[in-house]
Ligand binder design. Sequence first.
Ligand SMILES: Cc1cc2nc3c(=O)[nH]c(=O)nc-3n(C[C@H](O)[C@H](O)[C@H](O)COP(=O)(O)OP(=O)(O)OC[C@H]3O[C@@H](n4cnc5c(N)ncnc54)[C@H](O)[C@@H]3O)c2cc1C
Length: 449
Amino acid sequence: MIIILGAGPTGLGAAHLLNTSKQIDWRLFERNSHVGGLSASFVDDNGFTWDIGGHVLFSHYDYFDTAIEEGLRGTYFEHLRESWIRILQTWVPYPFQNNIRHLPPEALDSCLEGLRSQRPDFKKSANFREWMDAIFGEGIVKYFMEPYNRKVWGVPLETMGKEWLGERVSVVDLSRVQKNIAEQKDDVNWGPNNRFKFPKTGGTGAIFEGIARPFQDRISFDHDLVAVDLQAKEVTFANGRSEKYDVLINTTPLDCFIKKCVSVPGAVRDAAKDLVHNGGLIVGLGFKGKRVDPKCWMYFPEASSPFYRVTNFFNYSPFNVPGGDIKNNFSLMCETTYSPHKPVDKERIIEDTIQGLINTGMITEAERGRIISRYLIDIPYSYPVPTVGRDRALEVIQPWLESQGIYSRGRFGGWKYEVGNMDHSFMQGVEVVERILTGKTEITINGKL
Ligand SMILES: Cc1cc2nc3c(=O)[nH]c(=O)nc-3n(C[C@H](O)[C@H](O)[C@H](O)COP(=O)(O)OP(=O)(O)OC[C@H]3O[C@@H](n4cnc5c(N)ncnc54)[C@H](O)[C@@H]3O)c2cc1C
């Protein structure tokens, strides 16, 4: 018996492949009464649809692309990924470093000066903060990299490693930046190959509802894992049910999972304490009125708003607003990080978000009066932070779990941010099942994309 814990993208990836075999006995247990995990969506009482923060589908995998097609059966829109940065009262296209020509003269000079005096050397830096200084120089770090990353991660940037950065942050080519300035050219990453799919109805969550439909009867909802008996190979849920397993695939947060296991060696327990995460507050605001703004999502590095990112969610599908009526409604989805290093007043976050939208010029004072829906989602686990000590901790935890017949995968099951998006997570689930069944080496969790 293979038991999967969690019906987010990772658990569903594992289930999707297991469902192709008639011989294997498997079940999936999920705490919530719906699938999707952090990639689920909700419709509020006023008819606005919300994701848990702006979810944009990037796929690196044919297998996942096929699963999406099966799940959505053509009922999606395709959009160009268009993202911008709001800074110094102006808009700079993403990636920031390639488009600094949009900055006011003083900031532009400072960014250029920093870039010119740089001799980028990846090896010289010991952590994320030092890496930034080494790659971007003083100006870009001061105006964008440092304040933005502090807002997103909510931890001191010196505590973060640099190994995870691989494909995540585009580095700088000074001659290209200078050419962009000379030619007054925008250097953006939303060319024709940067399209993303978004479901017509039901938000991002519709992808995973569609994928889960063929094996819905194998999923037991409202099952909150409370204990794992490693000796007896048995999981127990808050509702009192227990189930035996031969192999366990965990996709719930790894630090919590270790706490639920009986008889864990001290070294593993200690390593799990080194795993750091932040939390997120997603504020969805539904407005009466029409908004014309083609941007998909926007980054906000400055202190004038609590949020680090806002999505023009009404642009993704008209059905994200009541009755599909985007002539008379629009919706903004705003994400704020909280952590022990960055406490946020949850009672005030909706009001602070609205004020932040006004401060940054996103909405006018008059539009404050046209808000007809306020929706708050609190996610205690938002980003698995790639700290300096993360890989050391995982090297202690994961081999020990595998020696017990337990495979922990996914955004918080595997705790690797750099392979923690929806496509990576889904494929971590698929690949771990392939490994269990055929011995094939996993690619995604090992970072070999
Ligand atoms: C703010 C934000 C923005 C994001 N934006 C993007 C994006 O633009 N593009 C992208 O590709 N990805 C994005 N992601 C990442 C995406 O949400 C994840 O990749 C994906 O949801 C991870 O899937 P998972 O199955 O590993 O984990 P989860 O989605 O967290 O699923 C884990 C499941 O385990 C269940 N569970 C937890 N504890 C228990 C328990 N005790 N018992 C039983 N079940 C339990 C949960 O209820 C959940 O259903 C974003 C994430 C966040 C937080």
